[in-house]
Design a protein. Structure first.
Lengths: 114, 112
């Protein structure tokens, strides 16, 4: 069974640009969550999608958005990039959404904003 | 604010010493999960605890869930260099299905 796949693995963008990250969950998993990881802040929850609907949302500005497609693949978008958006973005999938089930993480996308 | 507190943030031990990390939640949790992230890697699931007072063991690792389901601990006996990494606890709440509340993690360094 293939794991969670995130693309691209590495990305360099300039301030003000926008970026789209992609996540393909494990086959059969309907829940996809996104996290931002930085050395000082740990794993910060962005949002969670289940069956194409945003079910949970963290405390990030509206520049951060996401969506989920009918095949459960998910994308997140960050507009008007800031230097502080430089981080490792992790996607995690689970069968029904983390309640009583483990989350499977992808390798992450390392975003650098210059 | 931070809903799951985890301490310590860093721990440096000599190989063979024991290690413990603690998690505390401001609210009752449905379950608690533990993850390990190796340097340069991604979090990997270790275990899940569901019942009040539950204790589970995996070789040298012992996991506990508090009676009130608000705190948890991970204890490693006789650490090895392969234990190096960051250990995260993550709780779920029945009122927010689908969301994991992560602690900030404890970064463990093991000196040979």
């Amino acid at each position: 069974k293939a794991g969670v796949t995130q693309t691209p693995r590495y990305l360099i963008k300039t301030r003000g640009q926008q970026v789209t990250l992609s996540c393909s969950p494990i086959s059969g998993h309907r829940s996809v969550s996104w996290y931002q990881q930085t050395p000082g802040q740990g794993l910060q929850f962005l949002f969670e999608y289940f069956s194409e609907t945003q079910r949970n949302k963290g405390n990030f500005p509206g520049r951060f958005s996401g969506r989920q497609f009918s095949n459960s693949r998910s994308e997140m978008n960050v507009s008007t990039l800031e230097l502080g958006d430089s981080a490792l973005y992790l996607c995690a999938s689970s069968p029904q959404g983390a309640l009583n089930t483990e989350a499977f993480f992808g390798q992450g996308t390392r975003l650098t904003v210059v | 604010g931070q809903q799951v507190m985890q301490i310590p943030q860093y721990q440096h031990v000599q190989e063979g010493e024991d290690f413990t990390t603690y998690c505390n939640s401001s609210t009752t949790l449905s379950n608690i999960q533990w993850y390990k992230q190796r340097p340069g890697g991604h979090p990997v699931f270790l275990i899940q605890l569901v019942k009040s007072g539950e204790v589970k063991k995996q070789k040298r690792l012992t996991f506990q869930f508090g009676e009130a389901k608000k705190n948890s601990s991970l204890h490693i006996t006789a650490t090895q260099t392969t234990d190096v990494g960051t250990y995260f606890c993550a709780g779920t709440r029945g009122s927010t299905l689908g969301r994991l509340y992560f602690g900030r993690g404890t970064q463990l360094t093991v000196w040979p």
